[in-house]
Design a protein around this ligand. Structure first.
Ligand code: ADP
Ligand code: MG
Length: 729
């Protein structure tokens, strides 16, 4: 081992880092065999279930029918045998509590028999319901301690899978997490409810347009995941990364992302080897992973799957984050999915691509080939934009959080102001529709729905606006505000509910118009004109970074919630209670619980950051500053003894002492703020205190800490630097 400090040892270790070889080999294993081999998917079900059971299960999965309880035992038996063949010894109900991550408690198949032996047992009731001890999960007041039990309920629409481990395997069953009184304790239930209501309302619209084939409308999601890779040798020496996922100190590196030479650049060999294994594991789990590339910042990457229905896409997204983390450790990396691991360097988001399609495969946001199809497309498109305009605040809440505050509302894309980018041609179409409202003279250049053909809209064309938070990209919308660490169920639940409300509005109007004998085209035309006039302020095709836009947005009356504490109270606003209550997506109590949890989580995260900042200040940075100061003092004394007057050295000593002094004072100030006696029972007030007092105190300390880093002897600096973490791997 090299004889340096821990930081220098880490660098020495990385010099010998090599990509891991031989895990993935598609020459010996066919790609198509690998895909889904760890999933109890349609093939496995068809092969192993009695025909009538298979049919009934499919009815539940495909048509959303309630599960016939009599088939549970039969499905469980087939699932157990399949799992045993894959080496599983345990099963688990896998769920998404409001912590934002996933949870699992494993149970062994092993069950004692009367004769003193054991047998593998897994019954229908084991499959359908589980009872994890819910008392330690956040419930935001939904679950009083006397009713601490929550339960998990099987979600047949997301197939069971095998979780592989070097020492065995586990059968994983995706489930919903509910309280004993049926309230949603987890994130899956509201998402499923929102998908249902959107389907109901969209079907009404389709019926008006004469669609006779669709039975259900599905929401689809493709979530792009951005992340950073940092070598484990560095990561382990950064207590801030380990405890909070982001660096709380770190001077700006001499070279950052200024040269724009990383985006889509050649992928580092170790990183690529890691990605290949991540993809392999995901493919085995049936996650249709599709793209990989270098992102804007050094050390930043992205992967994206092919889209799926929202529920499955969400589960797969959670699995993707798990796999990204576990495989990273094997490759000697830490995978950072925090929204802003490095100050001054590009943050990470999770672009949520969203569309709606019929169960027979028609993408309703795809501009059609006939005037009729185009009218229908325009209506679905307008309904989406109307929802984004009307519920911009709730969409903002759906992406809030301590981490994402560093992106939204900071000087980074996208801004906290929610606006919609439609692109030149589609904007023009809507402009003409709006003109349709005006009297005769203007109608000449207005569109007549049902007569005009839309121009072919460019898909993924060059004019894509990368700064817009909500952009139409040819046949889907891309919501770019979600943070890289967030569970996408939240944003999609809000999107679905808000758009369902718009579709409800549109369907109600059109149904009445048709019943009154109005021509469909005319009714649609008038409705579109009215909708465009209303949502027009939310349309913005320009640069979302620009200061002028912020002023303009204010003039247009668009909300700009800069931070989590600003927007969280909207969750229990009358508008929110009304929307989610009307469609049974969240009850008022469920909304209240989410608000409490968001605030508590926010405050706790900031408080952990403050503790870590303080600890690093006292035990790592201050000692380095003092060591350096002592070195200069010794040199000053040495020079004096030798009879040399050295004003430069004297100046350096004074600078070092002044910096260390200011740093020490800022650390004391942070400690005072953090130890102040603030009532933490009022969740909002406590979160606001963290926001307005603790964060500024941390920032002040960081600024001085970064000054120390730039000043001291590299020998005495033990924290891996930005330049090292971002560039060495
Ligand atoms: P970008 O240029 O934004 O980085 P990517 O190709 O990385 O684009 O990702 C685009 C994502 O959009 C993919 O996950 C893709 O599957 C998804 N997508 C495409 N069509 C739809 C759709 N109809 N509904 C939902 N997502 C979609
Ligand atoms: Mg994107």
């Amino acid at each position: 081992m090299a004889q340096g400090n821990v930081r220098q040892d880490a660098i020495a270790a990385i010099c010998h880092g090599k990509p891991i070889e031989g895990v993935v080999d598609y020459q010996t294993r066919d790609l198509t065999d690998v895909f889904g081999e760890h999933v109890f998917n349609d093939d496995a079900q068809r092969e192993r279930l009695p025909v009538n059971v298979y049919k009934k299960l499919q009815e539940t999965i495909q048509a959303g029918k309630e599960l016939d309880p009599t088939i549970a035992d039969s499905v469980a038996l087939a699932m157990r045998d399949w799992a045993l063949e894959h080496g599983a010894s345990h099963f688990t109900h896998w769920f998404q509590p409001m912590t934002g991550s996933t949870a699992e408690k494993h149970d062994s198949f092993v069950t004692p028999t009367a004769s003193g032996g054991v047998m593998p047992k897994f019954s229908g009731s084991d499959l359908v319901r589980g009872e994890p001890d819910a008392s330690s999960f956040p419930s935001g007041g939904l679950r009083a301690t006397f009713e601490a039990r929550g339960y998990t309920a099987w979600d047949p629409s997301s197939p069971a899978f095998i979780l592989d481990n070097p020492n065995g395997a586990t059968l994983v069953i995706p489930t919903m997490f509910l309280s004993w009184t049926g309230e949603a304790l987890g994130k899956k239930t509201p998402l499923l409810r929102s998908m249902d209501v959107l389907s109901t309302q969209a079907m009404r619209v389709l019926k008006v347009f004469g669609n006779k084939t669709a039975k259900r409308v599905l929401t689809t999601v493709g979530a792009e995941q951005e992340y950073f890779l940092v070598d484990s040798n560095f990561y382990m020496n950064r207590p801030d990364l380990v405890a909070t996922g982001r660096t709380l100190f770190g001077a700006k590196p001499p070279k950052g992302q200024e040269l724009d030479d990383n985006y889509f650049g050649a992928i580092n060999e170790r990183a690529l080897s890691y990605m290949a294994e991540v993809e392999y594991e995901l493919l085995r789990l049936g996650v249709p992973i599709k793209t990989r590339h270098n992102e804007v910042a050094p050390g930043q990457y992205e992967l994206a799957p092919t889209f799926e229905t929202s529920n499955l896409a969400t589960d797969h997204q959670m699995m993707t984050m798990d796999i990204l983390s576990t495989v990273a450790a094997k490759h000697g990396f830490a995978c950072l999915m925090h929204e802003k691991p490095f100050a001054g360097i590009n943050g990470s988001g999770k672009h949520n691509n969203w569309s709606i399609s019929t169960d027979d495969g028609e993408n309703l946001l795809n501009p059609g080939d006939t005037p009729h199809a185009n009218a229908q497309f325009l209506l679905f498109c307008a309904a989406t934009v109307r929802a984004v305009h009307k519920y911009a605040g709730l969409l903002r809440v759906s992406v809030c959080g301590a981490g994402n505050d560093h992106r939204l509302g900071a000087n980074e894309a996208p801004p906290a102001i929610i606006s919609v980018f439609l692109g030149g041609q589609l904007s023009d179409v809507f402009r003409q529709l709006e003109a349709g409202a005006a009297e005769s003279s203007q109608t000449a250049d207005s569109i007549e729905v049902g007569v005009s053909m839309l121009p072919k809209l460019p898909r993924d064309a060059g004019d894509r606006n990368r700064t817009s938070p909500f952009a139409f990209t040819g046949n889907k919308f891309e919501f770019r505000a979600p943070g890289s660490s967030q569970n996408v169920s939240g944003v999609n639940t809000v999107l679905n509910a808000a758009i369902a409300e718009s579709l409800d509005f549109a369907a109600t109007r059109l149904e009445a118009d048709i019943a009154a004998g109005k021509d469909l085209n005319l009714a649609v035309q008038e409705l579109l004109t009215e909708m465009v006039t209303e949502f027009k302020p939310v349309l913005f095709d320009g640069d979302n970074y620009a200061a002028e836009w912020h002023a303009e947005a204010e003039k247009r009356g668009l909300p700009n919630y800069r931070s989590t504490v600003d927007c969280v109270p909207l969750i229990t606003s009358p508008e929110s209670v009304e929307l989610f209550g009307k469609y049974n997506v969240f009850s008022a109590r469920e909304l209240h619980s989410r608000q409490e949890i968001l605030l508590e989580t926010y405050a706790t995260k900031i408080s952990i950051e403050a503790e870590t900042t303080s600890m690093m200040a006292h035990t790592m940075i201050m000692p380095a500053a003092l060591k350096y100061q002592t070195k200069i003092a010794t040199a000053v004394n040495g020079a004096k003894t030798a009879g040399v007057e050295d004003p430069a050295l004297q100046g350096l000593l004074e600078e070092a002492a002044a910096t260390a002094g200011a740093f020490r004072q800022a650390a004391v100030d942070l400690d005072t703020a953090k130890n102040a006696d603030i009532d933490s029972d009022d969740a909002l007030a406590y979160a606001q205190y963290q926001h307005s007092t603790i964060i500024p105190a941390m920032l002040k300390l960081r600024e001085l800490g970064d000054k120390v880093e730039r000043l001291v002897d590299s020998e005495d600096w033990t924290l891996p630097t930005y330049a090292e973490m971002l560039f060495l791997r």
